[in-house]
Write a protein that binds this ligand. Structure first.
Ligand code: CA2
Length: 145
């Protein structure tokens, strides 16, 4: 059976393609899901994309992925910079974790320069726009081969 890659998105990313296109681009989260599914198909991987605005819900999505998924791609949104709980949850996940940021967080405010999630991530993709998600799925293909 094909391995599953869970693509998790944190707060406000439901607005992707609908607000602030100068920072986050014109693609919606549905467009991202479709692009990831296509890359995954070529690699023999299934993908699912989830989004929540709630920290506890994101932690629970990681717990669920422990049972269902071979790898996690995650854009934690602002929880990147604040959430030890999310880091602790990701530390219980056994497969690869790739952290994605659409914008180049290092060109932005200094509070965006630190990521708790990076302490766990096997790889980090920053500033590649929404294309970064598909790049992360591509990387999963290598890590899970
Ligand atoms: O660059 C990224 O992907 C971020 O993870 C996005 C977060 C931000 O807090 C991080 O520092 C960097 C914000 C997500 C907000 O998403 C929106 C998308 C479209 C319109 C408005 C917000």
């Amino acid at each position: 059976m094909a391995k599953l890659i869970t693509i998790l998105n944190g707060p406000n990313l439901n607005l992707l393609g609908k607000r602030q296109p100068e920072i986050y681009g014109h693609e919606t989260l549905d467009d991202v899901a479709a692009a990831c599914a296509e890359v995954g198909r070529g690699l023999g991987l299934n993908t699912e994309l989830l989004q929540t605005n709630h920290e506890g819900a994101l932690v629970e999505m990681v717990h669920k992925a422990r049972e269902t998924s071979a790898g996690i791609v995650i854009n934690p949104g602002a929880f990147t910079h604040t959430s030890v709980a999310l880091l602790d949850a990701l530390n219980t996940f056994e497969g690869p974790v790739i952290e994605v940021h659409i914008s180049n967080v290092h060109q932005r405010e200094s509070f965006r320069h630190h990521s708790y999630v990076s302490l766990r991530a096997n790889g980090i993709i920053v500033g590649c726009g929404t294309e970064g998600y598909a790049l992360a799925v591509r990387r999963m293909g290598t890590l899970l081969a």
